[in-house]
Design a protein around this ligand. Sequence first.
Ligand code: SF4
Ligand code: F3S
Length: 93
Amino acid sequence: AFVVTEPCFDCKYTDCVVVCPCDCFHEGERMLFIDPAHCIDCEACVPECPVEAIFHESNVPEEWKEFVALNEEMASVSPSITERKQPLATPNR
Ligand code: SF4
Ligand code: F3S
């Protein structure tokens, strides 16, 4: 499965959610999470993210490894999101 990591935090650009064919994205207060049980590894969301927050679970940078478990845990308790909304911030990294 793919995983949303640190750059999404306080950004939530949400370009990713509209391209997901499986409605995998869930919305936390300050970032989004991918439900690993539904992700089909299509990779469609990866180029959509302007801050490059999305990685395959096998390819998450070392310092963000904890996001793999966090996505699974938080996706199960956060509401689904399938439509774009106003981001929290403009991407600047
Ligand atoms: Fe959705 Fe595909 Fe991204 Fe998985 S890789 S979250 S299925 S768009
Ligand atoms: Fe976050 Fe990037 Fe999606 S900032 S909301 S993972 S487009």
